[in-house]
Ligand binder design. Sequence first.
Ligand code: SF4
Ligand code: SF4
Length: 136
Amino acid sequence: MGRMKIIPDAKKKELQQILEISGENVKDCMQCGKCTAGCPASSSMDILPHQVIRLLQLGQLDKVANSQTIWSCASCFTCTTRCPRNIDLAKLMEAVRLTIIRSKGSSRLKADDVPGKIDPKMPQQAIVSGFRKYNK
Ligand code: SF4
Ligand code: SF4
């Protein structure tokens, strides 16, 4: 009996793309959970930030791609600043989103779709993060 393949061949390219876009090495994660403990959006996530990394380590991209988590992530970089292994999880989240949007062939949001009037109290970072989240 041959060895079991943990990462299906079809997903290897997408995984490689995510690692290339982010420039991060998911193997460095030691699953300490500090990213999750500090994440302000974790209550609205179905997979917690440290679990995202674990799934990427295991090549389980589908679970990550189909999760609410990647769209709930606010790109706040708290996880990035807390990681003792210097893993930029915020970048990884962005890379997963970009890979999904690109695989669908089009952006989810175009500049013209952004309402002319945005709540002036909204932080600029939220506007930029939101636009980046839906645009390739
Ligand atoms: S803080 Fe860093 S090392 Fe710890 S679980 Fe999160 S990504 Fe992994
Ligand atoms: S960047 Fe995303 S995953 Fe990281 S702490 Fe902020 S909301 Fe959570």
